[in-house]
Design a protein around this ligand. Structure first.
Ligand code: KG4
Ligand code: ZN
Length: 337
């Protein structure tokens, strides 16, 4: 069975074809980074219009790469939410239109479920159960994953998401959008410890996070003296070290609390090299194995949606159902049939 996956929740148009017997057949992505750079963040209306422009050529591309025809598609999975309403509507309308034309089932997928299951696309894939650290631009959550649809929230951020903190701090330091990769590149040239930033909630005893104070601490530090290039790099390095230390500590605590021996990292911040190094080292000492999606599947992509759709085929939306859920709690997602 071949599932077409469509992701259009934010600033990336991602399409992919996943086959339940042969695995991922092809994927293609258009990132809107250049479109939004001048505005320092995603402009929702521009994002929606660009998804409209890109989606059909990307479908042609994934079909050509997989060497299959449109009529070989057996089901379509699309991101139903959460995300930007107008952007979501593009993928949703396209999925339902194509589904009607091909007379195949169409499945709405929770974007975070896509991220959560994306490490299963890698080889080796983790077995259930596992603890997942979901770190994206909009979310920072620790989840216990018993199986597809079996998600229990263990803790989450009470304010900014980790990726959001990276993006906002990058802006403060005069770096472009998207901030996460730019900040981590600058941090690689600096030394942590020269500036001392807090490790918010690290000893709170729960599995929640708070990152908005960290961004304010960076602002305060940057105002104390005009920052030369070396100081900016040192501040970036300390910021990254603080976020990584908190994420690693809480993720390992979540594993200890649930008795999980597998830890899965998902979402855009999962591409961060320091986070990967910190988790791998910390987990090894506790006999925990860490699984990461391939770097290409850490940030938004169609493959994770096609895969989640393939896992959930038993839950096809009833014919005619059409909608998006810009705000959608992952805990309310039904277990797969
Ligand atoms: O999962 P994602 O592509 O989109 C959302 O669903 O939010 O995550 C994007 C977030 C952005 O905040 C971006 O700055 C961050 O992931 N990010 C990174 C890195 N690469 C992307 N943050 C830190 N280090 C990175 N290397
Ligand atoms: Zn995402």
């Amino acid at each position: 069975m071949i599932v077409l996956g469509i992701e259009s929740s934010c600033d990336e148009t991602g399409l992919a074809l996943y086959c339940t017997s042969r695995g991922l057949l092809s994927h293609a992505l258009h990132s809107q980074v250049d479109l939004h750079t001048d505005y320092g963040g995603v402009v929702p209306e521009l994002a929606s219009r660009d998804h409209v422009r890109r989606i059909t050529p990307l479908l042609v591309e994934v079909l050509a790469r997989a060497r299959i025809k449109r009529t070989d598609i057996d089901a379509i999975a699309y991101t139903e939410g959460p995300g930007l309403a107008g952007a979501l509507l593009v993928g949703t309308a396209f999925a339902h239109g194509l589904g009607m034309a091909l007379d195949v089932p169409v499945i709405g997928i929770h974007h975070l479920e896509g991220h959560l299951l994306s490490p299963l696309l890698a080889d080796p894939a983790p077995e259930f159960p596992f603890v997942a650290l979901l770190v994206s631009g909009g979310h920072t959550q620790l989840m216990h994953v018993a199986g597809v649809g079996g998600y229990t929230l263990l803790g989450e951020t009470v304010d900014d998401a980790a990726g959001e903190a990276f993006d906002k701090t990058a802006k403060l330091l005069g770096l472009g959008y998207p901030g996460g990769p730019a900040l981590s590149r600058l941090a690689a040239t600096g030394t942590p410890g020269r500036f001392r930033l807090p490790r918010p909630k690290i000893a709170s005893g729960d599995l929640d996070f708070s990152f908005s104070g960290l961004k304010t601490a960076v602002l305060t530090a940057s105002r104390q003296a005009p920052l030369d290039d070396a100081s900016r790099a040192d501040l970036a390095a300390e910021f990254q070290a603080a976020v990584v230390e908190v994420l690693v500590t809480k993720a390992l605590a979540a594993a200890a609390q649930t008795g999980a021996t597998r830890l899965v990292v998902a979402g855009g911040v999962g591409a961060n090299v320091q986070l990967r190094a910190g988790l791998t080292t910390g987990a090894a000492a506790k006999g925990i194995r860490v699984y990461y999606p391939d770097l290409a599947f850490c940030t938004d992509n169609g493959a994770m949606i096609a895969f989640a759709g393939a896992m959930r085929l038993g839950l096809a939306m009833p014919a005619g159902a059409f909608g998006v859920r810009p705000r959608w709690d992952l805990g309310s997602v039904l277990p797969a049939a």
